[in-house]
Design a protein around this ligand. Sequence first.
Ligand SMILES: *[C@@H]1O[C@H](CO)[C@@H](O)[C@H](O)[C@H]1NC(C)=O
Ligand SMILES: *[C@@H]1O[C@H](CO)[C@@H](O)[C@H](O)[C@H]1NC(C)=O
Ligand SMILES: *[C@@H]1O[C@H](CO)[C@@H](O)[C@H](O)[C@H]1NC(C)=O
Ligand SMILES: *[C@@H]1O[C@H](CO)[C@@H](O)[C@H](O)[C@H]1NC(C)=O
Ligand SMILES: *[C@@H]1O[C@H](CO)[C@@H](O)[C@H](O)[C@H]1NC(C)=O
Length: 623
Amino acid sequence: MSLKFAVGVLACLAFCLPFCEAQDYVLNDRDGLGRRFDGIGGLSGGGATSRLLVNYAEPYRSQILDYLFKPNFGASLHILKVEIGGDAQTTDGTEPSHMHYENDENYFRGYEWWLMKEAKKRNPNITLVGLPWAFPGWVGHGTNWPYDFPDITAYYVVSWIIGAKQYHDLDIDYIGIWNERKFNSKYIKLLRYTLDKSGLEQVKIVASDNLWEPISTTIRLDKELSDAIEVIGAHYPGTTTIAEALLTEKPLWASEDYSTFNDDMGGGCWARILNQNYVNGKMTATISWNLIASYYEDLSFGRDGLMTAEEPWSGNYVVESPIWITGIAQSRKAFHNSDRLRYSPPLPAFNVSAQSATFHLKGSFADITSLQVWHSKFDFKTHNSVFFKQLKSLKLSNGSFALDLDVDEVYTLTTITTGQKGVHPTPPPSSPFPKKYKDDFNVRNPPFTEAPDFADQTGVFEYFINLTDSGPHVFTLRQVVTQRPVTWAADADQTISIIGDHNWQNVTVTCDVYIETAKAGGVFIAARVDQGGEAVRKAKGVFFWVYADGTYKVTNDIGLSGTRAGVWHTLSLTVKGQYASGMLNGYPLWKSAVVLQPTNGWAAIGTKTFELAQYDNFAIEAE
Ligand SMILES: *[C@@H]1O[C@H](CO)[C@@H](O)[C@H](O)[C@H]1NC(C)=O
Ligand SMILES: *[C@@H]1O[C@H](CO)[C@@H](O)[C@H](O)[C@H]1NC(C)=O
Ligand SMILES: *[C@@H]1O[C@H](CO)[C@@H](O)[C@H](O)[C@H]1NC(C)=O
Ligand SMILES: *[C@@H]1O[C@H](CO)[C@@H](O)[C@H](O)[C@H]1NC(C)=O
Ligand SMILES: *[C@@H]1O[C@H](CO)[C@@H](O)[C@H](O)[C@H]1NC(C)=O
């Protein structure tokens, strides 16, 4: 009751605000309660947005998860949506697929399985949603399109749902089509059929994670399609919907929204979105992109999460205002940083002023004698904002109560008496990425497939164990994507994984490398890599390449190296001021290459094409 009640209050406030300074509001459930509220969610992925979270040490990692998922603690999210990794760049990195190759299946890659389990551990009732952004190349048979062989795509997606249950005891509640790309009615029907045939009748379909149209009109013209789809999910709807969507009589979700820098302005924006999506847009769920800003901040859309955890090396994290706003709230006024919004039209314009409001509860609400009150107030001037503070409960006299509402305030009124604001001890202070860093990848039972702090931007780099090797390279890191995926963003033609600090200027990167592809293969180590994410194709930096054909390359310098496939080589790259030099197996190979641009950036490793290659004994020394 309380949730619906809270929403009822929201509806009234939001409708009347622009017009009245002192106003009476009647809340009556005689004619029903309005649409069932499905919840507030966070999206991990789309892409690789939780990458650095898994590398936090305890107790910090569990504390962060509490702020996100633990009921009566922080955001207490109702929905966790995750990316179904497709081996391709999907905004801030790549996420590994459960099927890199046609004959390959592995349900332990990446961190989304782990995240879903951690969420369930804290809230067994949390709703789980999966959605693909990209697909491994074999799903598209060499095309950049997943619908030419819809049975293969459906099999691939349904395998992920079955794997979630079989290996992690996770029940996926909703499954999507293809993020922000065209849908295909034949595929959606086939997906429904494949789910049903696999005993997954309870898994519901969200479509199409794009705009309200053309999915709404298509549903209305196609009964079989309509029967296949449970929810219409639109992205960045700008708090509004359209008649065609309402006429479908389907639940409407903002299945991706927010995408705003998570300072107090972002919190205000989130408050407004959460209220207005329900009130204006009749949407019953709103899902934030993203769940948590756990990726290098200099990648695309830095800090667009409900909270920030981008420093596993220090343990520092920040519980930002959107976490507290996620507690169901009434927004009096919220700002919106439109520069940061991705696809949305700007939120509708609004004016607000302080107001005295009197509420009259009727129908079954008339019996309520007291309400719990939680209060937040944004303070944009002196930054003394107060978030989610419990005030004295309201005593109702004859079903009525009054509230003085100021601008920039958010109230939650609820009949629930067990609400709490959780707190953990202050985390360690923020610090930059360590200047000396080493990884020999000698992890015998790796908890995750990725090595700490490496953020793959094209391709997938995984721990590898070579059981037939008796030398020093049994445990390595291996690039495993061998075919261009069905992409979502503009992946580079080379694979690349970045690490470190984007401010680094003068740095030495050392790494043992192993080319596996004879003749055409090659690998690189790099410094001052200036871009990743959606801009990865345009990344510049100082790249030191060696090839299987016995040559090397750096900037415009090409020469003989004697390198070949199937042999370990040690590369070392030093960049200082305007000069770079490179060593091979401890001997200078080239020196004094002039590098003017870029002046700073991450360190990186990668390959020449989509090819297998290995790395070992990676080390950085930064100045
Ligand atoms: C989960 O939902 C069930 C049924 O609605 C409810 O009885 C139970 O208390 C909920 N559990 C938690 C941890 O919220
Ligand atoms: C807000 O107020 C300004 C100034 O009075 C007015 O020009 C504008 O139209 C108002 N906007 C809305 C959405 O009411
Ligand atoms: C409560 O409301 C009823 C009906 O509206 C009215 O007759 C009664 O006088 C009210 N009581 C108080 C204490 O205001
Ligand atoms: C594993 O090690 C053996 C022995 O050194 C080597 O011949 C083989 O190529 C290695 N395999 C891979 C995939 O690196
Ligand atoms: C990098 O090295 C150059 C040349 O020695 C120097 O001018 C510059 O200050 C150094 N940058 C940093 C951040 O140390």
